[in-house]
Design a protein around this ligand. Sequence first.
Ligand code: ATP
Ligand code: MG
Length: 332
Amino acid sequence: RPRVLSGIQPTAGSFHLGNYLGAVRQWVALQESHDAFYMVVDLHAITVPQDPAELRRNTRVAVAQLLAAGLDPERCTLFVQSHVPEHAQLAWVMNCVTGFGEASRMTQFKDKSAKQGTDRTTVGLFTYPVLMVADILLYQADQVPVGEDQRQHLELTRDLADRFNTRYGDTFTIPNPYIVKETAKIFDLQDPSIKMSKSASSPKGIIDLLDDPKATAKKIKSAVTDTDTVIRFDREAKPGVSNLLTILSTLTGEDVPSLERSYEGKMYGALKTDLAGVMVDFVTPFKTRTQEYLDDPETLDTILAKGAEKARAVAAETLAATYDRIGFLPAK
Ligand code: ATP
Ligand code: MG
């Protein structure tokens, strides 16, 4: 079985619809066909300030949501990144084969740091992509299911893996991005020119899966569309409507052309009402299942302990090989 690895940040508590459609939904499908490793990336979360109690709570909330979404600890390895110390250890080595200029070209860092200002931007945020490189290479992952925003970080991963292999001998599998075109970028409901994002979306622009379903329905009904009236998929000319069609199509399994036909002659209100209904039917049981997992922290922690043990077995082997190749003296 080919191996997949992916992660999600425990920031903000609730996952948003972009996280689910762009990433987590694929994770659930891939556990059937792949040797799957999925983690909650708390080391990545602290690249921006976090309240300790909230981070701890949000980490459990993230795990509970992954289970509620359909991850099965019998069929995948589910763990918390900081439980596997090899991530930080390999990240250091990879930092030392990354060019400063190369890291400086990462657009996500440029965007996020520009918003924060240099005095509030941490060095951790700068090396975030290199930690992600280590996350992936530790597991010798063949594929990495992510949203479109991670494509550049995947390119960096491939470059660094190849560089290390050339310099020190074959050590890492060169991974491929696994990006599902249709859902790779879910857009902000109020500004369909930007991606829906935990850190950049306004409350009205983002659909949080754990939000009150009534509030979610309201947000969909006030989503930005355009002054035209035709319900048609056109990413350039009609980004708002296209985003709603993408979401509806993915959640119902009905393809976009057939949706376009069924809304012929209808108004935007009809599309929004239907989508609001579909969303409410999706998030309501999701919320309940998440809460059930949260109500049983012992089971949750047991799942995570087993996951970390399985992950460490793989990670330790890769780290040992890396240390050996690079010339570190073995500890006797
Ligand atoms: P932040 O804005 O803090 O970076 P985020 O919203 O990007 O948060 P992450 O935890 O960084 O959330 O991302 C988890 C996964 O969700 C990644 O694979 C990412 O590519 C994917 N993802 C995030 N936003 C979207 C989106 N709008 N559409 C599709 N996929 C997305
Ligand atoms: Mg992100």
